[in-house]
Design a protein around this ligand. Structure first.
Ligand SMILES: Cc1ncc(COP(=O)(O)O)c(C=O)c1O
Length: 402
């Protein structure tokens, strides 16, 4: 067996199941899950129809590069959304969801034969980054986050010796679980570090289309272009249809950026066998070409968050994120450094049948401190009425604790 497999951590939901297996929630309250970040809004009909219409596509093998029609639809979307002009043949590649691509990319980029091969990850983070680094044979360095700045990463806290060993940096903007969007100044800092130390940046942008401010989140390619980095050297952006178009089951996204990296990634993917089904390609092309459903979907989240914020803020220290569909709330007592959000979340499940995710399960302890401690993540993916009912239960529960 590959010995690296034993170094993988159990997934946060698995750990949470273990930590709650003794709990019998009250049967008179319907269960409400704010735990898993799976989109629950309806898939647009036209995407389903495009998928069905493409049935004849089943009779042929797809290429890993993807059909020209899909790559052109992606190129068009990137241009409309970010004002960035890409070459659809060399700077765009379809992927079967951003998860597999984020994972596979580390297997392509990392050279484990170089001493101290390191992957830098945010903390808290999407756990796939960590697993990808482990299975690529790299060490992981977690960037400290700053609670006062929406848990933004403190890049300056990473020492030069670590950057010198770094081969790959994962960035998540808008962030999971914080919803924070990285500003241009932070991108500039990262591009300069990447230039100085030669590492690759994988920018996870799967939440880019769900946002609460007027201005859409800055994309990494857009940031590079604004800073005059037109070749996107050492930069690849990962974008997904799952959240944008409510199609998590379609498994569709794309990567875009540095030509040389995408050429190597295409080679890796050809052997890995991750070509996208022709049906999925046609449905995806239709989804990227339409923006009306994305605007409508964003509006549903905006209304939902606007309804919930005044209710939840009565009980929890919580603020509207820049983007994504999570609330990263502090539980009572979080300033005391002894806040036990696991106990809080267990109590909430046991007494009110509401599932949330304890923050420490989404982060790693570094120098004796886990930055997720005292926080819970709530995914507001269920219908508004269900989320509102959960919010009222959370308020009752929290008030009962004081
Ligand atoms: C931060 C982040 N990146 C990537 C993904 C993967 O999304 P998908 O594989 O559906 O594109 C998720 C899914 O929840 C996520 O939270």
């Amino acid at each position: 067996m590959n010995p690296l497999l034993s170094r993988l951590h159990p997934y946060p939901f698995e750990r949470w199941r273990e930590l709650t297996q003794d709990i019998v929630p009250p049967a008179n309250l319907t269960p409400i899950s704010l735990g898993i970040g799976e989109p629950k809004h309806a898939t647009p009909r036209f995407i389903e129809e495009a998928l069905v219409k493409a049935f004849p596509g089943l009779s042929s093998y797809p290429t890993t590069l993807g059909e020209a029609g899909l790559r052109e639809a992606i190129r068009g979307w990137v241009h409309r959304r970010y004002g960035v002009s890409l070459d659809a043949t060399t700077q765009v590649l379809p992927v079967t969801g951003s998860r597999e691509a984020l994972f596979a990319f580390a297997q392509t980029v990392i050279d484990p034969t170089r001493a101290g091969a390191t992957v830098v990850c945010p903390n808290p983070m999407y756990q796939i980054y960590e697993g990808a680094a482990i299975l690529a044979g790299a060490q992981i360095a977690f960037v400290p986050s700053v609670p006062a700045r929406q848990f933004a990463a403190d890049w300056a806290a990473v020492d030069d010796a670590t950057w010198a060993r770094t081969q790959l940096l994962y960035v998540c903007s808008p962030g999971n679980p914080t919803g924070a969007v990285m500003p241009l100044s932070e991108w500039q800092e990262l591009f300069e570090l990447s230039e100085r130390h030669g590492f690759v940046i994988a920018s996870d942008e799967c939440y880019s289309e769900i946002y609460f401010r007027d201005e859409p989140p800055l994309g990494s390619l857009q940031a590079a272009q604004k800073l005059g980095r037109h070749d996107f050297k050492n930069l690849v952006a990962f974008t997904s249809l799952s959240k944008r178009s409510n199609v998590p089951g379609l498994r569709s996204g794309f990567v875009a950026g540095d030509r040389a990296l995408l050429k190597a990634f295409l080679l890796y993917r050809t052997y890995h066998g991750s070509a996208m089904s022709p049906m999925v390609q046609r449905a995806s092309a239709a989804a990227w070409a339409d923006e009306a459903h994305v605007v409508a979907n964003r509006e549903i989240y905006r209304t939902k968050f606007a309804q919930l914020m005044p209710v939840l803020s009565k009980a929890l220290d919580v603020s509207l994120p820049d983007a994504a569909f999570y609330l990263w709330a502090a539980v009572p007592g979080h300033n005391d450094e002894v806040a036990d959000e696991v106990a809080y979340a267990r109590g909430l499940l046991a007494q009110y049948n509401v599932n949330v995710l304890p923050g420490r399960l989404l982060a790693r302890e570094v120098h004796g401190h886990n930055p997720g401690t005292g926080r819970i993540r709530m995914a507001l993916v269920a219908p508004a009425a269900e989320c509102l009912e959960a919010a009222h239960r959370i308020v009752s529960y929290t008030e009962s604790l004081s």
